[in-house]
Design a protein around this ligand. Structure first.
Ligand SMILES: Nc1nc2c(ncn2[C@@H]2O[C@H](COP(=O)(O)OP(=O)(O)O)[C@@H](O)[C@H]2O)c(=O)[nH]1
Ligand SMILES: [Mg+2]
Length: 327
């Protein structure tokens, strides 16, 4: 990220250490990315909370409606609301400000409970990236390759989305940007064969990380799941234990549909990590809370833009602070 473009950075006093400086930039970029979600969800809450209101029945009804029409997901909204009702009935939440803090801490806890360090503990460590068409798989792979390369890890990409010629070309462009090798075949080639070749090549090159791109749409959904399962099996033949991570990419714009997608892929393939993309420019970013609450799978990274530096390690504390900050 070019730090000098960040308006907030200009206010940073000279002499502050680099780490603090870049963290400030990260946070303001995250806040900027979450602006629409914050306005839609926390902004609506704050309108309800505004003034010297009492928490009475009418207030709670309005709050329930806001939660249910938010993108947190129906189950999560109900759960949060019943926790609030309980607190209110025990007179433990006395005013809207307390309630706001309580909601922030409950949402923080939902996000925190799935937080887990991503341990890249095999060599090569094989990551299979899955998700429906257009969610940002290929783009995210390019961004991830760049992050790993900066960490001095040797990365190899595998173009196992052979369904469309453009998909291979797109991954090739990202491989060039991230300066990493790519293993590919022609369009229509067997994706599992490409995946196998990629792992073999990575072993030969003594690479640290393999990232396999896959198709998000085939002729039917059953075809897609069967193909993904085959790729998964073949990866295990190329290297016992692989894939070490099945990374599901979800697009925040799809709102609660992201929860359904996560359930379907998890049932069929088994998902070990999540990436939520396009948190910039959507008002539906709250869905990340519902996904974490229902799936209990760690969110590895979040996407907050289209360029190579717009992928951020997910930090529940930063996320919830950026979400609940005053507008
Ligand atoms: N705004 C925004 N766009 C993104 C993000 N991630 C991916 N995209 C865009 O989403 C579109 C589809 O991405 P692509 O990687 O081709 O999706 P795939 O079909 O899952 O491989 C592209 O135009 C990307 O630039 C993100 O975090 N923010
Ligand atoms: Mg793609």
């Amino acid at each position: 990220m070019s730090i000098d473009k960040e308006p907030d950075e200009q206010n940073i006093v000279a002499g502050e250490n680099e780490q603090k400086k870049s963290r400030g930039g990260f946070f303001s970029r995250l806040k900027e990315g979450l602006a629409k979600t914050r306005k839609q969800f926390v902004g609506t809450l704050d309108n309800l909370f505004y003034g010297d209101k009492e928490i009475d029945e009418e207030f709670l009804e309005e709050l329930e409606e806001i939660l249910l029409t938010s993108d947190l997901g129906v189950k999560t909204s109900y759960r949060l609301f019943s926790q609030i009702e309980e607190k209110v009935s025990h007179q433990e939440l006395e005013n809207p400000a307390h309630l706001r803090d309580f909601l922030q801490s409950r949402i923080g806890a939902i996000l925190e409970q799935v937080e887990a360090p991503w341990e890249i503990d095999k060599k090569p460590y094989v990551i299979m990236v899955i998700g429906v068409n257009g969610v940002g798989k290929t783009t995210t792979i390019g961004k991830l390759a760049s992050i790993f390369t900066k960490e001095k890890k040797k990365v190899v990409l595998g173009a196992a989305d052979t369904f469309r010629a453009a998909a291979v070309e797109q991954l090739t462009v990202w491989a060039e940007r991230a300066k990493v090798p790519i293993i590919k075949q022609n369009m229509g080639a067997d994706p599992a064969a490409v995946a196998f070749d990629t792992v073999q090549s990575a072993i030969k090159r003594e690479a640290d990380i393999v990232i396999i791109d896959t198709a998000g749409r085939l002729h039917t959904k059953i075809n897609l799941m069967d193909e993904l399962k085959k790729i998964q099996r073949v990866l295990g033949k190329a290297l016992p234990g692989a894939p070490h991570e099945v990374l599901l990419v979800l697009d925040a714009n799809t709102g609660q549909n992201a929860i359904t997608q996560a359930q379907i892929f998890n049932e069929a393939i088994g998902v070990t990590g999540l990436i939520m993309t396009k948190l910039d420019g959507t008002a539906k970013g709250g869905v990340i809370v519902g996904v974490c609450d229902e799936l209990k799978i760690p969110v590895r990274y979040i996407g907050i833009g289209e360029s190579i530096e717009d992928l951020r390690a997910f930090d529940s504390g930063d996320f919830v602070n950026a979400l609940f900050d005053k507008i």
